[in-house]
Design a protein around this ligand. Structure first.
Ligand code: ADP
Ligand code: MG
Length: 455
């Protein structure tokens, strides 16, 4: 056999990846397996590229055996799998110096590597983070923490909706510190893992070691803090850890889906402590930021993607960056599989089901109802002929959201708003876009509505 990625082989690769994902779970898959690229299948050997030397070693030792098994299940001619470092054309390379075991000193290895949740994602670096208005404060704060050796604000509290880059920024801090000052000790873990470890320590009557481990770090990062809420003893323990670290002038970074004030099930003294330092909000992405992120993610890919496709995706997938990335990957995978260029048409075809699904979630009627409530006008005004500003503006906002959040065409939207013409809808969309850039308060209003509708 002497193949250079024919269709069979490409399909086999898709299945191998699918099985790896099922076996090793989503987190491991995303960190280590998704970045693998199939380069060649030749004379019974599969050649698979990874972006960095570090990943090569890791994938080889952790997944090499399984890769070979799965490949030979798929294709009886396969006798070997070679994993090599393939320079990813143009993309920023993840640092290779920091290995998970090094970020955490071996003394605490057993418990914390487990708590560490595998490893840092090599793609989550500052270089790979695209900034814009919605995230510039959070980004600047994270950078500041990574770059300075003294503590400026404690804690840094990052909050925002799902998929807006909280975890990415935390990993980026850890990467940068571990490169710059490898002697500084970092613990990064989710609140769930913190809880789990604490409960385990209680069960094994090992709380002294637990306390010691967390209180002796230079930087403690707890992701998804909202999961700690309500669990009294864990909260208590965290509170003491927190105070001990602040007293010793150690840096704490926390992320959550809500601001300290809005977090539920948090004790008052904890809540006030959380707000002591800098609280930085990651706002929902803007259209421009989404286009920027897509362009940057596509840069390292071998496939040419037309600008129109970026714009289409950025319009259609507004909720979170993870979904945006997923869509892009799907388009690229499918284009390389069938060897066809990426076009707007192929994109629409490939994402048909995905966009349909988001269509089902939000209806025009829901949008009208929410917007009417928000602006305190009657629902009937959405289809009335009245043109006074007080009702026309909310109506325009609803039309804009209908265009953004559903798959309905302009004429369809027009019909739902009292049989208006599609040009009226188009005008409304433009008007709202214009106002959003000119008026920050208005923009916030619209974002808020969008968030409520999507939640
Ligand atoms: P969160 O922790 O807030 O739910 P993540 O940090 O996991 O979100 O981000 C989800 C995905 O979106 C990740 O793959 C991340 O790299 C990507 N992402 C989010 N924001 C950005 C950004 N500004 N630039 C580049 N990638 C981003
Ligand atoms: Mg996260």
């Amino acid at each position: 056999m002497n193949t250079f990625l024919d269709e069979d082989v490409a399909a086999q690769w898709v299945r191998v990846r699918g099985r790896l994902r099922a076996e090793f779970g989503e987190a491991a898959y995303r960190s280590w397996l998704k970045p693998l690229t199939l380069h060649e299948v030749n004379c019974g050997r599969v050649r698979i590229g990874v972006p960095t030397d570090f990943m090569r070693e890791w994938v080889k030792t952790q997944y090499g055996g399984r890769l070979l098994d799965l490949w030979s299940d798929e294709n009886s001619e396969i006798r070997g799998v070679e994993i090599f470092t393939a320079a990813a054309g143009g993309t920023a390379r993840a640092p290779t110096a920091a290995v998970p075991g090094r970020v955490l000193p071996s003394r605490t290895a057993e418990a914390t590597i487990e708590g560490f949740g595998g490893a840092l994602d090599p793609r989550f670096t500052f270089d790979n983070f695209i900034t814009g208005k919605p995230n510039e404060l959070a980004f600047a704060a994270a950078r500041r923490i990574a770059e300075s050796s003294s503590v400026t604000f404690n804690p840094l509290f990052l909050y925002g909706g799902v998929g807006l880059g909280k975890t990415h920024l935390m990993h980026a801090i850890a990467w940068q510190i571990s490169l710059q000052s490898p002697e500084r000790r970092i613990i990064y873990l989710s609140a769930e893992k913190f809880m789990y470890q604490f409960i385990r320590a209680l069960r094994f009557k090992d709380t002294v070691a637990f306390k010691e481990q967390f209180r002796s770090v230079d930087i403690l990062m707890i992701d998804d803090f909202q999961f700690i809420s309500g669990k009294d003893s864990t909260q208590e323990e965290f509170f003491h850890t927190f105070n001990a670290l602040v007293d010793r002038n150690r840096q704490i970074v926390i992320s959550a889906d809500k601001s300290p004030n809005d977090l539920e099930g948090i004790e008052e003294r904890m809540r006030s402590r959380l707000g002591w330092g800098l609280v930085a909000d990651l706002h929902p992405t803007t259209y421009e930021l989404r286009v920027g992120i897509l362009q940057s993610k596509a840069e390292g890919m071998e496939i040419e993607i037309p600008q129109k496709v970026f714009e289409y995706l950025a319009h259609k997938i507004t909720s979170n960056v993870r979904e945006l990335e997923g869509a892009l990957n799907r388009i690229v995978a499918s284009a390389s599989l069938v060897g066809r260029p990426v076009t707007l048409e192929s994109t629409q075809e490939i994402l048909h089901d995905l966009l349909r699904a988001s269509d089902r979630r939000i209806t025009i009627e829901e949008i009208q109802k929410r917007v009417a409530e928000h602006f305190n006008i009657k629902l009937a005004e959405m289809s009335s002929a009245r043109r006074s500003r007080a009702v026309a503006r909310p109506r325009q906002v609803a039309m804009y959201l209908a265009k953004q959040l559903t798959q309905r065409s302009l004429p369809e939207i027009g019909r739902k708003f009292g049989g208006r013409d599609h040009t009226t809808v188009m005008h409304a969309v433009r008007k709202v876009e214009e106002l959003r850039t000119a008026d920050a308060a208005f923009a916030e209003d619209v974002e808020l509505l969008r968030r409520m509708l999507e939640s």
